[in-house]
Design a protein around this ligand. Structure first.
Ligand SMILES: [Cu+2]
Length: 83
């Protein structure tokens, strides 16, 4: 199980490494809502995660590097590394 934390308008880790198809829990520790949204190909999208809440999504089954952002705060960036 992978884990991404959102805190102070940043993803931690910014470059999480997971296995293909791994479940990833996203914990939002801010009060603002955030998303984890792949920038290309609709590879994954948590939708809006309210402040203080968490969501789980499934990593792509295909090995690769998938850039993601928060759609509300596009300066929040990361790359999901699937291998
Ligand atoms: Cu955000």
């Amino acid at each position: 199980m992978g884990l991404i934390t959102m805190e102070n308008f940043a993803f931690s880790p910014a470059n999480p490494q997971v296995r293909p198809g791994e479940k990833i829990t996203v914990v939002n520790k801010d009060s603002a809502a955030h998303t984890v949204t792949a920038t290309e190909g609709n590879a994954f999208d948590t939708g809006s995660i309210p402040g203080g809440k968490s969501r789980t999504f499934t990593a792509p089954s295909k090995v690769g590097e998938y850039a993601f952002v928060c759609t509300f705060h596009p300066n929040m960036k990361g790359t999901l590394i699937v291998r």
